[in-house]
Design a protein around this ligand. Sequence first.
Ligand code: NAD
Length: 484
Amino acid sequence: MPLVTNYVNGEWTEPEEDNRWMEIESPLDGSVIGKVVMSSPVALNAAVTAATKAFAHWGKVPIKERVQVFFKYKYLLERDIDELSRLIQAENGKTYDEAKAEIEKAIELTEFACSLPQLVQGEVMEVSRGVECRTETVPVGVVASIVPFNFPAMVPNWTIPNAIALGNCMIIKPSELVPLTMVRIAALLKEAGLPGGVFNIVNGDREMVEAICDHPGIQAVSFVGSTKVAKIVYARTTASFKRCLALGGAKNHLLVMPDANPAMTAVNITASMSGCAGQRCMAASAMVAVGDTDDIINKLVEEARKIIPGKNLGAVITKQAKERIERYITEAEQQGATILLDGRNAVVNGMKEGYYVGPTVIDHVRPEMAVAREEIFGPVLAIIRSNTIDEALAIENASPYGNAASVFTQSGSIARYVAEKASAGMIGVNIGVPVPREPFSFGGWNESRFGVGDITGKSSISFWTKLKKTTVKWNPEAGINWMS
Ligand code: NAD
């Protein structure tokens, strides 16, 4: 059974007698598949020291040379995709295909990082006679990335390739629920030729996150997780004068018009609400049905019935998560909503101890109910009925979150109207999960993102770099002045 410690300077640390350990459970069947150390903040010092030392060299390696590591890393992700997918499936509980899609996305993110030399060339201009200004991007230094449980490979790879290719040295803090994937990622980065100390892993929980926020040796922190923790991390990190980008939770609204294509809409929304067992910050969570959409809802329930726990639906992350999700369903039922499809008490043969919730569709949900307002993070779709598109938009706009919003319609003008009025960073038209593909960037609005800029794509470059502006004049004898 693996014992996961910390990864510092290219080596795993030795377990110590007074270490606190947490068991890693597979959500598929509740079995214990490893143990991870819950390090004290003192353990962070070694990682910061290693990263600081490595930065003195790595920060000065030309970018064209730095990205060579990521060309190799991309190949290694492709080579080991099957093994990595099985590992993600075991520790996260998602299906094999979903785990594989995560690695495919990590590959796409790495391809983008390989293109960075084309994007950070800097600029030069003669701003006055004989006076030249030039800009160049330089790395920030030692940076940290704090990540959630729901994508053990993809979310870390939102930050690892870009931050490191841009010259930074990184300390990552995986979710204590899924630390095993990062063990393999560290091995692949090493095999790809990344020098020791450029990439480090510290394992732990709240205490370690707080230590990262406060540590004076870290210059930038990216965070992905719930809004509650994103706020804590953003406030604490910026209070110690670091730059911070903190992505939070979500409650995504899908607006369905009566003219929407029923088959396409049903398939898309079902996939969006049930993919990764609803544990995606881009998942369909609330559907706002405008006018008469009964045929679409019937089709949607028909599609959702084809989603079978243990087959094409994975487990949710913990027993507590299963109980929380089921509580939301029960509460909505008690408040008068109609359960069209009930995923409570799902059991998978041979996996009785696993944490499964079947696909759940709840109709006639009122906007004030918790199931309509709060992030459930399970395969549950709350349908809210509305009479007009403006009423539907008012419901979407009232959400404190703002990750994604989608509209299903055949009308270009309605699609345009929703794209303009929805208060979300990522908009879909007839798309259930409107994740922008590279080189477009990923990031929500409102309480789904704190800080400036997005976490991937071109937008991330300014987070991971500093801009240096140099103004040069060589010919004093010409008698030119600054503004001539
Ligand atoms: P979480 O906020 O519980 O944990 C995220 C990280 O913070 C973990 O590494 C964890 O160890 C740490 N942490 C947990 N509680 C803490 C505390 N009190 N103080 C300091 N650190 C703490 O999130 P999760 O349950 O792992 O992930 C699910 C959440 O992440 C959902 O809300 C989901 O929407 C969100 N998420 C958002 C995005 C996005 O792009 N906006 C992407 C993926 C996941």
